[in-house]
Design a protein around this ligand. Structure first.
Ligand SMILES: O=C(O)C(=O)Cc1ccccc1
Length: 311
């Protein structure tokens, strides 16, 4: 998510560095949806998207997009968020405060206490907010100090989020295998100078599809790896969720997160997003997933990836 100076850019750069993808180019998209769809539509090889924040919780649009699209999670990055109040002018002049909805929400108390009269306006990213604030003296942005530097703004106040400890988890996506194969045939049919082409041997395996990537399949131990799934139970019956969680407990698989999201079919109907330690290809995990498959309507495996470790 761009323009330059967003937290997503910070996460993307950290991931590039961790995976030694030295030559990687960063492309910027207006908001979460555009950045997500870029990978699905073959406009980028990987996308970095925020999924949850330690103050504000889940990013709903990301959860919805994960359900609706063929994208695979291949990594995660956690970034410490230190929001600043940025402006060109003096604090007394501020009439409008801009930020990504997550930024405004993470600073709700600060904004209500210090700028009760200001109009709060949401933007596609915190860096877009900073860029706009660079144009008008009566505007301020909630964004990072790096964004202040990018757009020539003054840092009026630092660390303005409601809790000092503020972390956002980002996921790294690539198109799911079926999507990637379709993209390759599309590219093969429409070969032109400005699209990358891949040899037929590269088409056969999901991994070699990105010839320039140094990302290796993850062979680390169970707890160093995480898997994300979506479960839909459909029928509301007593103990349905308990049975799912029981299958994990029985195999001593450690759940790291469970979140519900409305199915949008009717009130009180939910999809469950579950993260647990281990790889989907591990026999223990395979067995547990086989067991729950008989008890549920839909199971979507979003991907297995190395759990984030602090640098
Ligand atoms: O807008 C950004 O900079 C993002 O990357 C999304 C976001 C917004 C606020 C906190 C964390 C991530």
């Amino acid at each position: 998510m761009g323009p330059e100076g967003s937290y997503s850019e910070k996460a993307a750069k950290l991931w590039v560095q961790k995976n030694m993808l030295d030559g990687a180019e960063i492309h910027y998209f207006a908001d979460i949806e555009d950045a997500f769809l870029a990978v699905v539509q073959g406009k980028s090889d990987f996308s970095v998207i925020p999924i949850e924040n330690s103050i504000e919780g889940s990013v709903g649009v990301t959860l919805d997009l994960l359900l609706e699209n063929g994208a695979e999670i291949i990594g995660e990055i956690v970034v410490k968020i230190e929001h600043c109040l940025l402006s060109k002018g003096e604090p007394e002049k501020i009439r409008v405060i801009l930020s990504h909805p997550q930024g405004l929400a993470q600073c709700r108390h600060f904004l209500k206490t210090n700028f009760p009269e200001a109009e709060l306006r949401s933007t596609g990213s915190t860096s877009h907010a900073a860029r706009l604030a660079g144009e008008f003296e009566e505007m301020a942005a909630i964004a990072s100090p790096e964004a202040a530097e990018c757009y020539g703004l003054k840092v009026l106040l630092s660390n303005v989020q409601d809790r000092k400890e503020n972390y956002t988890r980002f996921i790294v996506l690539r198109a799911s295998e079926t999507n990637r194969v379709q993209q390759v045939s599309f590219i093969a049919e429409n070969k032109s100078d400005n699209v990358k082409s891949y040899s037929s041997s590269e088409q056969e395996s999901g991994h070699e599809f990105y010839p320039e990537s140094k990302i290796e399949p993850d062979n680390s131990s169970l707890s160093a790896c995480k898997t994300s799934i979506i479960v839909y139970l459909e029928k509301d019956r007593p103990g349905a969720l308990y049975e799912i969680l029981g299958a994990f407990a029985k195999s001593r698989i450690n759940l790291t997160r469970i979140e519900s999201r409305p199915s949008k079919k009717e009130l009180g109907d939910y999809y469950f997003y579950i993260d647990f330690e281990g790889r989907a290809s591990d026999p223990l995990i395979k067995n547990a997933l086989k067991e729950i498959k008989n008890k549920i309507h839909t199971l979507k495996i979003l991907g297995s990836y190395p759990a984030f470790k602090k640098p």
